[in-house]
Design a protein around this ligand. Structure first.
Ligand SMILES: Cc1cc2nc3c(=O)[nH]c(=O)nc-3n(C[C@H](O)[C@H](O)[C@H](O)COP(=O)(O)O)c2cc1C
Length: 171
């Protein structure tokens, strides 16, 4: 599969087979994120791999995620970034928080495209309660937790969501 195919075939998947994602595949996904570009090559991102059922049960008990399907994923990659790793720039509008979020989002996109190539389904989930996730997983305060990525082998094949035409996204 080439990049264009992965871009075209990716779609949000919210139902997963009851099948674990092998360790080497998880490493492969993280390697795709690792290779993403970042502002000043800061690489402020960090990931918490959740696949232990006890941990998932704890997240469920505390209602860390709004949508129940997230707890049914065999793998949840919690995406984090530390904005303090960027220097304050007095002569720029972008804040360290902006950079942290931009870099993390790019890296997660690389990860998701690689997941698509490997036959995995995923979805960005920002409807989360980050403080609960932080507390349960022990993620340090300096890390933002803007979204998680539930990942698994797809158990659904939804119709692709529509997209605006090119002329609609151009000024
Ligand atoms: C930043 C971001 C946050 C999202 N948060 C959620 C979410 O909390 N729950 C959810 O079910 N889908 C979430 N989505 C998935 C979007 O709804 C989905 O990407 C969009 O409808 C387009 O569909 P597609 O991914 O199948 O192409 C999110 C997507 C992005 C990029």
């Amino acid at each position: 599969m080439n990049v264009k195919d992965a871009i075209n075939q990716r779609k949000s998947i919210r139902k997963y087979l009851n099948k674990q994602v092998p360790e080497d595949i998880i490493k492969d996904l993280l390697d795709a994120a690792r290779k993403a570009p970042s502002a000043k090559n800061t690489q402020s991102h960090k990931y918490f791999i959740v696949k232990n059922q006890d941990v998932i049960n704890e997240l469920k008990k505390e209602k860390a995620f709004e949508q129940p399907f997230v707890y049914d994923a065999p793998l949840i990659i919690v995406c984090c970034a530390d904005s303090k790793q960027y220097p304050e720039r007095k002569n720029a509008d972008s804040s360290p928080e902006d950079y942290a979020l931009i870099d993390l989002s790019i890296a997660a996109s690389f990860l998701v495209l690689r997941a698509t190539e490997l036959g995995l389904g995923s979805v960005f989930v920002a409807w989360i309660y980050a403080d609960k996730v932080r507390k349960i997983l022990g993620i340090p305060e300096e890390y933002i937790i803007p979204f998680v990525l539930p990942i698994g082998y797809p158990a659904e094949d939804p119709d692709p969501r529509s997209r605006k035409d090119l002329d609609e996204i151009l000024f």
